[in-house]
Design a protein around this ligand. Structure first.
Ligand code: PEP
Length: 250
């Protein structure tokens, strides 16, 4: 099945307003030879500005996370309503930094999935194993349980459009990339899990991105794998020329 590729950039806790504006302006001229969906996830302080500047272009804007409630006494959190109001069409959920630094558990993520679906935000749901788990041969079991518990209670119909990002924790921001074969193996396993939990059509339609030290120099070989439908990029998403090269992978 032909799936439209997605190249997504997670800007994390980087960029002032001026830097965000300069980056999105540069990306408007990046070209898009693969007709990929291009998504950027700025910090909340820059989200409205970036969404405004992206209007009229094919660039889409994502939140990096949302809270599970629509509003209330949750100091410093941002609700899906606010993210949407600021111009986000997507939200990342379950990024490994959210899981390990901020304590987002599968149960919390399940509530965030509900919140994002309630407000029609397309979810980029991140899963991935630690080095310890990989070395103990637990990779697929860990990822299956993140998917099963994080998405629990929703039907394929409700989850239509879901994007999954496989991000091995040991490869994020470390310069270590999974080999294309390692990525393919896990992506194929994720697709099989989606078919088992939901159905074959849903599994075939769901885009599965690879993330973890994707660079201009390794994107081509990763994207060549049949079950790799795109990339979620951290460090190199902050450098316009590098991200442009990733968008225009061969
Ligand atoms: C990420 O944080 O989603 C990521 C993949 O980061 P990096 O590309 O820097 O490894």
């Amino acid at each position: 099945m032909k799936r439209t590729p997605i190249i997504a950039g997670n800007w994390k806790m980087n960029n002032t307003l001026a830097e965000s504006a300069a980056l999105i302006e540069a990306l408007k001229n990046a070209g898009n030879k693969n007709n990929a969906e291009i998504i950027v996830a700025p910090s909340f302080t820059s989200l409205a500005k970036v969404a405004e500047l992206a209007k009229g272009s094919s660039l889409q804007v994502s939140a990096q996370d949302v809270h599970w409630e629509d509003k209330g006494a949750f100091t410093s959190a941002v609700s899906p309503v606010q993210a949407k109001d600021a111009g986000a069409t997507h939200t990342i959920l379950g990024h490994s930094e959210r899981r390990s630094v901020f304590g987002d558990t599968d149960e919390i993520l399940n509530k965030k999935v509900a919140a994002a679906l309630r407000h029609n935000l397309t979810i980029i749901f991140c899963v991935g194993e630690t080095l310890e788990q990989r070395e103990a041969n637990e990779t697929i079991a860990v990822i299956n349980s993140q998917i099963e518990n994080g998405l629990k209670g929703f039907t394929a119909e409700q989850l239509k459009g879901l994007i999954i990002a496989y991000e091995p924790v040991w490869a994020i921001g470390t310069g270590k990339t999974a080999t294309p074969d390692q990525a393919q193996e896990v992506h194929a396993a994720i697709r099989a899990t989606l078919a088992k939990l939901y159905n074959e059509d849903f599994a075939q339609a769901t885009r599965i991105l690879y993330g973890g030290s994707v660079k201009d120099t390794n994107v081509d070989e990763i994207m060549a794998k049949p079950d790799v439908d795109g990339a979620l990029v951290g460090g190199q998403a902050l450098i316009a020329e590098k991200f442009a090269r990733i968008i225009n992978f061969n």
